[in-house]
Every structure is written in C-alpha cells, then in structure tokens.
Write a protein that binds this ligand. Structure first.
Ligand SMILES: [Zn+2]
Length: 167
C-alpha cells in the first residue's frame, strides 16, 4: 500500500513530505464531488437520510465519465479530506462499486475493500516517509496534522501502523 501511494504521489509530482489534497486527486481523476445536499438523481428520502446522518463518510456513486463521489459535509474538514482520500483509494485499487444499502440508505461496504482503502487512504494523505520527515523535524502530532491537513486521529493512526517512535 505504501508503494502504491508513493507511486501515485510521484505521478502527481508530490514528494512524501508535501501535503496532498483531495482536490488534487479529484482533478487528476476528473472526479465530481457532491455533498448530500447537491447529489443528483437521488430520491428526496435518500437525500434526507444522508443529510441527517453522521454515520457515513463518503461513497462512489458513479465509477466513470465522470467519476462521482458523494461525501458527508457534516464531518470536520480534516476528516472530509481523509474521507475523500479513502474513496480515491478505492478507485486506485479498482474496487467494485457497491452503492447504497437499501435498508439503511447509507453507502454499503465490503470489509476487505474497506480495510485496504483505509490503509491506502492514510498512506496517500500521510506517507510513511513524510511522517519520518516530520518526526525528524521534531514536529508534534498537532503540527503534523496541520501540515498534512489531516486529523490528529489520522496522524496517530499512521504513526501506529508505520511503527514510528515519536518523542
Ligand atoms: Zn470505503
């Protein structure tokens, strides 16, 4: 996953220590990003479910021509970034689109795909080498979060899974 993220960032001209925004990925994949309020061709009941719920992050509603992603604008901006990175991770990994759960009205998930996308999304936002760079600079978790436009929760997750010691 780390290597896939490195390739993707390299391809976009981003070094490991440079923050990569979801917007850059959206432009690269020619994706149209919607919120629950702006999502097209959706039943009003479905829109209401999405608008009122914190229990979903984002989902791919169309795979190509153009790629369309809906995301939850109720989440904090840093989390919205991670949520979108996560969806682009699904795209990069060529996961199948799963659509909405007919029962809950929220985006569906396939557990293995989710694990992979969580991991790759994190690598895209904060690559291991970028994390090492930040730690060498003696940046705090809060500073790293600010630098990569990520939540502190995401920074801690990346520190844990990357096996990096932070003092
Ligand atoms: Zn996912």
């Amino acid at each position: 996953m780390e290597a896939i993220a490195t390739d993707q960032r390299h391809h976009l001209g981003f070094k490991a220590y440079q923050p990569l925004s979801a917007e850059v990925l959206a432009t690269y994949f020619q994706a149209t990003i919607f919120t629950a309020e702006t999502v097209p061709n959706t039943e009003p009941e479905q829109v209401k479910i999405l608008c009122d719920s914190d229990n979903w992050s984002a989902g791919i509603i169309r795979k190509k021509n153009p790629l369309c992603i809906v995301h939850n604008s109720r989440h904090a901006p840093t989390r919205q970034e991670s949520n979108l990175m996560h969806e682009f991770a699904h795209v990069i990994l060529k996961h199948k689109m799963v659509g909405f759960d007919p029962k809950t009205g929220l985006p569906q998930r396939r557990p293995q795909d989710e694990d992979e996308a969580v991991y790759l999304g994190g690598c895209l936002q904060i690559p291991r080498r970028g994390l090492l760079w930040a730690v060498q600079k003696k940046m705090t978790v809060a500073q790293i979060a600010l630098h990569f436009n990520a939540s502190e929760e995401m920074v801690n997750f990346r520190i844990n899974v990357s096996g990096i010691d932070i003092v």
